[in-house]
Design a protein around this ligand. Structure first.
Ligand SMILES: *[C@@H]1O[C@H](CO)[C@@H](O)[C@H](O)[C@H]1NC(C)=O
Ligand SMILES: *[C@@H]1O[C@H](CO)[C@@H](O)[C@H](O)[C@H]1NC(C)=O
Ligand SMILES: *[C@@H]1O[C@H](CO)[C@@H](O)[C@H](O)[C@H]1NC(C)=O
Length: 491
């Protein structure tokens, strides 16, 4: 506060008839506010810092009007949702809440509310999976503009969740280890504030935790691994703040998943920034955020699409340790050693893998992919496209193009390519190669029409298995599809 404003308030306070201002001024000078049952919230450091220069006090619970909406298999829809209140035990006693069953909280982020379609979808998939108690935390009245205020309000919502969980544990004997909070964006940090107030909360899943005002801050301010016994994060929109990235790139969990590198998601329009002509979060906030959201937030919202698909997906969303998303894309990281791989989404807690894990997905549902590495080498130089079809015990996948029209490879070198498909082919039984020599006449004359192969091998990352094919000394002729079986049956 500037000294002239301080001087003003000092002057005002010296006039007794203006005493009614004292409350307001105390709030400003002390930068702290207390709410019954929830404790006090201060904007002192670390809540004010370089990363959050403007820090405000949270609104009151009366303003935020957080509601806890219970869904179970006995009341699965919004038409029969039940409202739970930490301060009213009979609201819990008379509900379908069953303390013997695990509980999933779902917490939305900025500008959303508890009745968004994505939340209904997630509730529906969770109830197909198991008879959970699902508690949707609706803090929509506190989640609106401006962003700074919504950010402050997350602290109150986190405290309210902790309060409800404490009641569920102390009055209903629910197990702390069975509590799992799933939060998106600001909701991920809310989950952290809740977990910080509880001993051994079971799990927090942070779906693209919000970046502005959180990245780089103290662990007290943001979600961190200390907030629950297991914290797993899905990063989907961590391109820089200035490029409208809304999610954090900072690792915040025991395990952090970076689908498609975690920055931008396939199928989301990366050119949008140019169209908008705005580069700063606050500029976006001032646009009709609600209308633009679907397009602007596509990568940010992909995090919950991926989590929801993971709940009942037959494809496992397997993820692998790697040094970078480029290395991953080049197929260098598809081998697992000593439990260092995991699955992104609901099953992440079944694995011991820790640290940053990578995977790629499709641009649309079904997102989950099976990843493979293909090695192929020939005894002559070649230049052209390679299109493959993978044959499996269940079905085939392809055609998948692995090389561009002009891509020169020298004899004897092993060409190694990663490829992926959302089709579960089962056991690999064969591969079809379609080699299309470059159509470029200027360079094409230098290369033979047919490609004489030294070998083909495919590593299936999902089942960690190597398949070799009967390709030695066989010919892949230009524009001819040639099929090779796995090598146990070579003739
Ligand atoms: C407490 O919850 C019960 C059951 O939902 C409801 O009937 C009652 O009105 C609530 N009491 C208060 C004070 O809100
Ligand atoms: C509370 O739950 C534990 C298991 O989590 C159980 O052993 C114990 O008997 C329960 N107590 C009551 C009073 O139901
Ligand atoms: C492909 O070649 C690389 C480099 O030689 C090797 O590390 C990898 O295991 C090979 N993969 C397959 C499928 O043979």
């Amino acid at each position: 506060m500037s000294s002239s404003i301080l001087a003003f308030y000092t002057a005002v306070l010296s006039v007794p008839s203006l005493g009614f201002l004292i409350d307001t001024v105390q709030q400003i000078t002390h930068r702290q506010i207390c709410y019954t049952g929830l404790g006090c919230f201060s904007t002192d450091p670390p809540f004010t810092s370089l990363y959050r220069p403007l820090s405000v006090l949270p609104d009151s619970p009366e303003t935020i009007r957080t509601t806890f909406l219970l869904y179970t298999r006995s009341n699965p829809t919004t038409a029969n949702e039940q409202v739970l209140s930490a301060g009213n035990l009979s609201s819990i006693e008379t509900s379908y809440f069953n303390s013997h069953k695990p509980t999933k909280f779902i917490v939305h982020g900025f500008t959303h509310n508890g009745h968004r379609q994505w939340i209904r979808n997630m509730v529906a998939q969770l109830l197909i999976k198991d008879d959970y108690n699902i508690i949707v935390v609706d803090w929509g009245h506190g989640a609106g503009l401006p962003y700074t205020q919504a950010t402050a309000n997350t602290r109150v919502v986190g405290a309210q969740i902790a309060q409800l969980i404490t009641v569920l544990q102390q009055s209903f004997n629910a197990s702390m280890g069975d509590m799992h909070i799933i939060g998106h964006s600001l909701g991920a940090h809310i989950s952290g504030y809740a977990g910080e107030r509880l001993q051994h909360l079971g799990r927090i899943t942070g779906m693209d935790p919000a970046d502005p005002y959180f990245q780089g801050t103290d662990e007290k301010v943001r979600l961190d691994p200390g907030d629950a016994d297991f914290v797993d994060i899905i990063h989907t929109d961590s391109s820089s703040f200035l490029a409208l990235g809304m999610g954090t790139s900072q690792a915040m969990g025991h395990v952090d998943f970076f689908p498609n590198g975690g920055k931008n998601q396939p199928g989301c329009d990366a050119g949008l920034l140019a169209k908008l002509g705005h580069t700063v979060w606050n500029a976006v906030s001032k646009l009709d955020y609600y209308a633009a959201e679907g397009a602007v937030a596509c990568s940010h919202e992909r995090s919950y699409e991926l989590f929801t698909e993971s709940i009942n997906s037959a494809c496992p969303f397997r993820a692998y340790p790697c040094t970078s998303s480029d290395e991953f894309h080049n197929g260098k990281c598809l081998r697992c050693h000593q439990d260092d791989c995991s699955e992104m989404g609901l099953n992440a807690n079944k694995y011991r893998a820790r640290g940053s894990l990578y995977l790629e997905t499709e641009a649309a549902s079904n997102y989950c992919d099976f990843h493979y590495q293909l090695n192929v080498s020939g005894s002559n130089n070649f230049d052209g496209k390679l299109i493959i079809t993978l044959h499996g015990s269940k079905t085939n996948a392809g055609p998948i193009q692995l090389m561009k029209d002009i891509e020169v490879h020298n004899q004897g070198t092993i060409i190694s390519k990663m490829f992926k498909t959302n089709i579960d082919v089962g056991e690999v039984i064969g591969i079809t190669l379609d080699y299309e020599k470059t159509s470029n006449l200027v360079v094409g004359w230098a290369f033979p029409d047919a490609w004489t192969l030294n070998g083909i091998a495919v590593w299936s990352a999902a089942d960690q298995k190597l398949y070799r094919f009967c390709a030695y000394n066989k010919i892949a002729a230009n524009h001819v599809k040639t099929t090779f079986g796995v090598s146990d049956h070579c003739t």
